[in-house]
Design a protein around this ligand. Structure first.
Ligand code: LLP
Length: 434
């Protein structure tokens, strides 16, 4: 998402990632990526379970002095195996659809009571499923939704705990597509209007005002905007208490960014700074804190492994065409996001660097992973790893160009588990009717 000079180092990436060179081959923890390509083919998503849990524990540790629940944002990576891994460690989940609710149920049923349900357009069937699952709270984004929630709660005879997702009108510097906390965005309810809506909700015995939630955007690297948003939420919560509402939770949303570049990145320090900012924002508020990190937990644990199909020149440009494409990882095409790309076979210090566009086979010029990137000379059959692909990679994949989605493997130290098989032609055509 951020612009940086195009360069891929021939050296090992920072230790903030589980992908490191050993014997001149790229490994994920104790498994070589070339052996994974042999065993599972490419394109292949590879995740380090160790790093996912480490990142989760960074949040647990940074917020240990304060009652809190980390509700991992399922949309970042919704693999059942990853949800199970986190659920078993006590994670809650932030969901945005009935599909994500079902994923949590399948992955780790006891976690259903730690689910928060976000989203601007919830449907009756989704609300019903979440009420029956006894989720922790609905993060309500409009008055209409609150009316629908009251109606469904009454119909099912189940009281609904809700938080209004307020829009604090705080600017967070990030890509415009993933910034959400300004009044010009579709998200949340104007923080100034919230008090009246909580008061109105008191009239329905089927609605339980339970919390206040906020989410200002994603891939936010500075922590001040979080503190500013939380300070506004804190002022609202104290007003709500004076109005007689028993507010139990403050949901700070997700959004903490990572470093997609090859600069050293201290993840633990970043989470500590984030925690300090949130706690500063909520200085006098003791409600149970909910957090919804997605990217920070899974992004750097994952890579997309691809094979080089063709290396060709058009005029002065060199194109490295891989068997992975924008349908597998759309972030560069959609947000001009930067992903480091490493050859699996580590080039020697003296290896020749070329400047190339690294692209997929899809019939669009927007199908690129990197443009004018310095990378060691590659030839057909070579393997490359697109780093930091664990978040919003597989979950944003599609079958565009009738391509089958990649397989996914989860690494636990020296053990490899296939957690999703490669799609087949049969999968591709199954829903269609002629
Ligand atoms: N909570 C809510 C209400 C959200 O909308 C999101 C992300 C999160 C939590 C998790 O945010 P995170 O911690 O992952 O930043 N596809 C984009 C990112 C979209 C984020 C959408 N909402 C990307 O690839 O950068």
């Amino acid at each position: 998402m951020r612009k940086k000079p195009a360069a891929t180092p021939a050296t090992a990436p920072a230790a903030s990632r589980p992908f490191v060179y050993r014997n001149r081959t790229l490994y994920c923890d104790n498994i070589s990526l070339s052996s994974l390509a042999d065993d599972y083919g490419t394109p292949l998503y590879i995740y380090s379970g160790r790093q996912i849990l480490e990142r989760f524990q960074l949040f647990q540790h940074a917020f240990q002095d304060r009652p809190h629940t980390v509700c991992y944002a399922v949309k970042a990576n919704s693999s059942l195996a990853i949800l199970r891994l986190l659920g078993k460690q006590g994670a809650g989940f932030d969901i945005v659809s009935g599909g994500e609710l079902e994923r949590v149920r399948r992955a780790h049923k006891p976690a259903l009571t730690r689910v928060v349900f976000s989203g601007v357009g919830k449907q009756a069937w989704e609300i019903d499923a979440a009420l029956k699952a006894d989720i922790l709270q609905f993060n309500v984004e409009s008055e209409q939704e609150l009316d629908l929630l009251a109606a469904r709660a009454q119909a099912l005879g189940i009281r609904a705990r809700f938080a209004l997702r307020v829009n604090p009108d705080v600017f967070a510097e990030t890509h415009p597509y993933i910034s959400t906390g300004l009044s010009e965005h579709k998200f949340g309810i104007d923080i100034k209007a919230a008090r009246v809506i909580y008061r109105r909700a008191m009239r329905s015995k089927w609605l339980e005002p339970y919390g206040v939630s906020v989410h200002i955007g994603s891939q936010i690297r500075k922590v001040d905007p979080f503190a500013a948003a939380l300070a506004r939420v804190e002022a609202l919560v104290s007003q709500l208490r004076r109005d007689g509402h028993d507010i139990r939770t403050v949901d700070a949303g997700g959004g903490l960014g990572i470093d997609y570049s090859d600069a050293p990145f201290d993840a633990a320090h970043q989470v500590e700074r984030y925690a300090a900012a949130l706690i500063k924002g909520l200085a006098s508020e003791k409600a149970h804190l909910l957090l919804e990190p997605g990217r920070f937990i899974v992004a750097q644990a994952g890579a997309l492994l691809a094979s080089v199909l063709v290396v060709k020149k058009n005029g002065s440009k060199t194109f490295v065409i891989t068997d992975a494409a924008m349908n597998d990882l759309i972030r560069p095409a959609l947000y001009h996001a930067h992903h480091e790309i490493l050859p699996v076979r580590q080039p020697s210090g003296k290896a020749k660097l070329i400047t190339a566009d690294i692209v997929g086979p899809v019939c669009e010029s927007g199908d690129f992973f990197a443009r004018d990137r310095a990378i060691s000379a590659l030839k057909p059959g070579d393997l490359v790893a697109l780093l930091d692909a664990g978040a919003y990679g597989m979950t944003q994949s599609s079958n565009y160009n009738s391509r089958m989605r990649p397989a996914e493997v989860l690494i636990d130290d020296a053990k490899v588990t296939l957690i999703r098989r490669r799609e087949t032609m049969r999968d591709l055509l199954a829903p269609e009717i002629i």
